[in-house]
Design a protein around this ligand. Structure first.
Ligand code: MG
Ligand code: MG
Ligand code: MG
Length: 309
């Protein structure tokens, strides 16, 4: 039985590229494996589509039920982000760059995680340290995953290991213009034309418990805020609707990746708490937070502090 390598639900480019890269690594080192993902190819996010097309890679096959299968996990280790019936699967390996999740195993497994910006950085080091040949097209996808997860090195999650991996992957993939490649991905990812407002709100959305209060935070990354000028009002109405479903606050991050900051749409029972968290003032519907790029590192921690978590 071949090992199904799978990334988290609602896969980003790292989950897709890491599944391809780790499946290839396993095959090259004597384990039958195939890349999979928890969605159909038609539902791939626009950025990942561009990446696979650019480097001539097939989309991983769909795998939504892990029951009875041998699986290897990449870019996550949480049950909540796993395929159905993960508890009835045989998890044989995990490669990741997040905190350890709640998946457990009955036997010892290959588990390799590092606090770096991207799973593909971890995989790059595995290829390198074990002298496994890295195909040009897979190197290209891994390169894109690192640029995506680290926002072209601008995210505070980016480490020297990510930069070193990118330097070498550029050479293997035959890419000379790193910033150009990133902008190409960013344009695909941030395209809002024709996308339903609800899809934009939930494209990258998470609920958090903040001292007993339910706080939702969504984010879209943009090449410029002008991209959403025409739909700002509709986005705000949609944020109000999500808040009305029983949340204390909903924040929606319109992140300008080039200016390196976020225009934060805020709907809250206690706007003053949000203002305190980010040391600013809500003007109309939003507040500009200079330097805010990462929900995980720059939005959640100050909020938790302000909510007294
Ligand atoms: Mg991911
Ligand atoms: Mg990742
Ligand atoms: Mg990500």
């Amino acid at each position: 039985m071949s090992v199904c390598v799978v990334g988290h639900s609602n896969p980003d480019t790292d989950s897709v590229a890491a599944a391809i890269a780790f499946a290839n690594y396993l095959k090259a080192t004597g384990t039958d494996a195939k890349a999979t993902m928890q969605i159909g190819a038609a539902d791939l996010n626009p950025e990942s589509k561009v990446v696979l097309e650019k480097f001539g890679l097939a989309a991983p096959e769909t795998m939504t039920d892990a029951g009875g299968k041998d699986v290897a996990l990449v870019d996550f280790s949480d049950i909540g982000q796993a395929p159905a019936n993960i508890g009835k699967a045989n998890v044989v390996a995990i490669v990741d760059h997040h905190k350890i999740g709640d998946i457990t195993t009955n036997s010892p497994i290959f588990f390799y995680a590092k606090p770096v910006g991207c799973t593909c950085t971890v995989l790059f080091e595995m290829y390198k340290n074990n002298n496994v040949a890295l195909p040009k097209n897979i190197a290209g996808a891994m390169l894109c995953a690192i640029l995506s997860d680290t926002v072209n090195f601008k995210s505070p999650t980016c480490t020297d290991a990510d930069k070193a991996a990118v330097k070498e992957l550029l050479g293997v993939a035959g890419v000379t213009d790193q910033d150009g490649l990133f902008m190409e991905m960013l344009k695909a990812k941030s395209s809002v034309a024709g996308v339903p407002i609800k899809d934009l709100i939930f494209r990258d959305y998470k609920d958090f418990d903040m001292n007993g209060k339910k706080v939702g935070i969504g984010q879209i990354e943009l090449a410029t805020l002008d991209q959403v000028a025409d739909i700002r009002g509709d986005l705000f109405k949609a944020v109000e609707a999500v808040k009305a479903e029983g949340r204390h606050s909903v924040l929606f991050m319109l992140t300008d990746v080039v200016k390196e900051g976020t225009d934060l749409l805020v709907v809250s029972d206690e706007p003053a708490v949000i203002e305190k968290a980010f040391n600013g003032t809500i003007k109309g519907q939003s507040m500009w937070v200079d330097g805010m790029m990462s929900r995980k590192k720059q939005t959640v921690p100050p909020l938790q502090k302000a909510f007294g978590c």
